[in-house]
Design a protein around this ligand. Structure first.
Ligand code: ATP
Ligand code: MG
Length: 361
């Protein structure tokens, strides 16, 4: 059994709003797990149930082999950092960090040691006597982290803890959180809807959609081996391009056919696709898996509609039979809008079932 098990966890608000739908998931000790998904998919609800702030409608939550479903939040060994990190303005930083320890009736001396240690980890030792409104957003965020660290929880829950910070500070804090996690080896569940944050922090990512799990995997698995159109679309910026093609068989060849191009499928997926003969499937191609190539190697010709320079690479919006595709290239810096490009495709494409949106394997 994993360190934390969510077993068929379900939450219905007011008996009708299904926020989390029969979710099962195991989290290993020391793991940094990220819940990622669009707004309203049930991330916060899941976290609140684990923390004990929201009643579980059905299912169970098991920590180190014991159900914690019936326990008071303070007895669960779980610490939560919220989106609005809510440090208490009327207390000094020291008092903020010490508060939960006082509630536990720890001795003054032990509290002092714990506060010092947590403040060091969060890099705020010099601000302990200040009031939070004399701190910057990033420093306040660190107070929230120190406060959670001080109780030495078995499990850390962080619900979009960086969302109030500006872009640059988010990235700095991200690195700091990762460092703290590596030093402590604490088991952490982190919520975000920022996929770049998810990719850089997670041991494993749980992609959620409408209260259910779409896919669980390492950042690389989620990106390179997505199981559904939802994941292919949600992960990656710009997202995966989707093109409807028809599967045709000619002699021994399996062909993906579109009005503007066709190609032989040579990867292992060829065998499975035979059963789709005459049917439409969805071809998924990540922007970087289109290539700008020469006349002989091209799959199709396409006119550039927009150029979006990004410095290290360029995103080009190109047309294909009335559809827009986004391609990413590190080579086309001086291409002009209206110019024709020869577009090729490398072997890293996916096929999806048009009805279910599931990956065809
Ligand atoms: N107290 C509540 N009463 C009724 N419905 C709620 C309540 N809290 C959340 N919901 C609904 O449950 C669903 C999941 O909400 P939740 O807050 O868990 O989403 P989320 O994934 O955290 O979204 P976000 O990224 O916007 O924070 C939403 O449809 C939301 O409207
Ligand atoms: Mg939320």
């Amino acid at each position: 059994m994993a360190f934390l098990e969510l077993m068929n966890l379900t939450k219905k608000y007011q008996g009708k709003i299904l926020a989390v739908d029969n979710m099962s998931l195991g989290i290993n000790e020391n793991e940094f797990l990220v819940l990622l998904g669009p707004s309203g998919c049930g991330k916060t609800t899941t976290m609140r149930m684990i923390a004990g702030l929201e009643e579980v409608t059905e299912g169970d939550i098991v920590l180190e082999g014991k159900s914690i479903k019936g326990l008071q939040p303070k007895n669960r060994g779980v610490s939560m950092i919220f989106q609005s990190y809510a440090v208490w303005p009327h207390m000094t930083v020291y008092q903020n960090i010490a508060y939960a320890l006082k509630l536990r009736k720890m001795s003054k001396e032990d509290i002092k040691k714990r506060v010092q240690k947590a403040a060091e980890m969060a890099n705020i030792t010099e601000y302990l006597e200040r009031s939070p409104n004399q701190l910057s957003g990033g420093q306040r965020q660190r107070v929230a982290v120190a406060r959670a660290l001080a109780v030495e929880p078995k499990l850390f829950l962080m619900d979009e803890p960086l969302s109030n910070l500006d872009a640059k500070l988010r990235i700095t804090m991200r690195t700091e959180l990762k460092k703290v996690h590596e030093e402590l080896g604490s088991t952490t569940i982190f919520v975000t809807h920022d996929q770049s944050e998810a990719m850089s922090l997670a041991d494993r990512i749980v992609v959620m959609n409408k209260g259910t799990i779409e896919q669980i995997g390492t950042p690389n698995e989620i990106y390179h081996n997505c199981e559904s159109m939802f994941v292919a679309n949600f992960i990656g910026s710009p997202p995966t391009n989707f093109i409807d093609v028809t599967i045709e068989l000619e002699d021994k060849r399996v062909i993906a056919k579109h009005e503007a191009f066709q190609f032989n499928i040579t990867t292992h997926i060829k065998e499975t696709l035979k059963s789709y003969e005459g049917k439409k499937v969805v071809l998924g191609v990540r922007p970087e898996n289109f290539t700008v190539t020469d006349e002989e190697k091209k799959l199709f010709k396409s006119k550039v509609q927009f150029m979006e320079p990004q410095g290290s690479h360029t995103i080009a919006v190109i047309g294909l039979s009335g559809q827009q595709l986004k391609i990413v290239s590190t080579k086309i810096f001086d291409v002009k809008v209206g110019q024709q490009l020869n577009i090729g495709i490398n072997q890293k494409y996916f096929f999806f079932d048009k009805e279910s949106g599931e990956r065809i394997r």
